[in-house]
Ligand binder design. Structure first.
Ligand SMILES: C[S@@+](CC[C@H](N)C(=O)[O-])C[C@H]1O[C@@H](n2cnc3c(N)ncnc32)[C@H](O)[C@@H]1O
Length: 199
């Protein structure tokens, strides 16, 4: 366990109990983002940094009972909140680091990551690990239910040019990690970058 991991766990453990009640209206935005992955019944999908599992019901509904849904998170308290919310009925919950996924190479069709990338200690390496577990042609969605400018305003800060999620930074970051970015939306109500796993 690194200092980065301990920091992430402490940060989210303190917020886990009321995570869902702080953002009660986000459900439709998660559903819309999941829909953009175009997953079919039977598909295998990972929610990376699933937290309390807010995306899991939409992922399960999309892949149906014949599909596979995994939710991975580093913070036990977030997964415990997911269980209390009944989200383990939507997918298998695993306590794990996205830097070392307990998943075989090229076994998944897609990865959904909401609010994850800004918390990763080594985004290039960690995105490469996500690429490892997805088949060539599979998809990645990096989502946030609020755009970068609106989030910065809410947090009382400015967006800096080195922001990882700026289009000009994210595109090469993804390309260097095995992903080709295919679409990018950054508006007040949502951030969504889609990428395809390169062969
Ligand atoms: C902003 S929260 C988002 C949670 C959830 N995806 C949502 O949209 O409500 C980020 C989550 O990523 C998890 N996380 C951060 N770094 C991680 C890592 N290296 N491996 C797995 N999970 C991680 C945190 O524990 C936290 O639950």
């Amino acid at each position: 366990m690194t200092d980065d991991h301990t920091h992430v766990q402490e940060f989210f453990a303190a917020r886990a109990a009321d995570w869902d009640s702080r953002f009660p209206d986000d459900g439709p935005a998660y559903r819309a983002a999941v829909a953009e992955l175009g997953l079919r019944p039977g598909a295998r999908v990972l929610d990376a940094g699933c937290g309390t599992g807010r995306a899991l019901p939409a992922l399960r509904d999309t892949v149906t009972s014949s599909g596979t849904v995994l939710g991975v998170d580093l913070t036990p308290a977030m997964l415990e909140a997911a269980v209390r919310a009944g989200r383990q009925s939507c997918g298998r919950l695993l306590l794990a680091d996205v830097a070392r996924l307990p998943v075989r190479a090229q076994t998944l069709d897609a990865v959904f990551g909401a609010g994850l990338i800004s918390h990763l200690p080594d985004p290039a390496e960690n995105l490469r690990e996500l690429a490892r577990v997805v088949r060539p042609g599979g998809l990645l969605a990096l989502f946030h239910p609020i755009g970068r400018a609106a989030l910065a305003a809410r947090q009382g800060r400015q967006i800096t040019p080195d922001d990882l999620r700026a289009e000009d930074n994210l595109r090469p970051l993804l390309a260097g990690s095995g992903w080709q970015m295919t679409s990018y939306v950054d508006e007040d109500a949502r951030f969504l970058a889609l990428a395809v796993r390169q062969g």
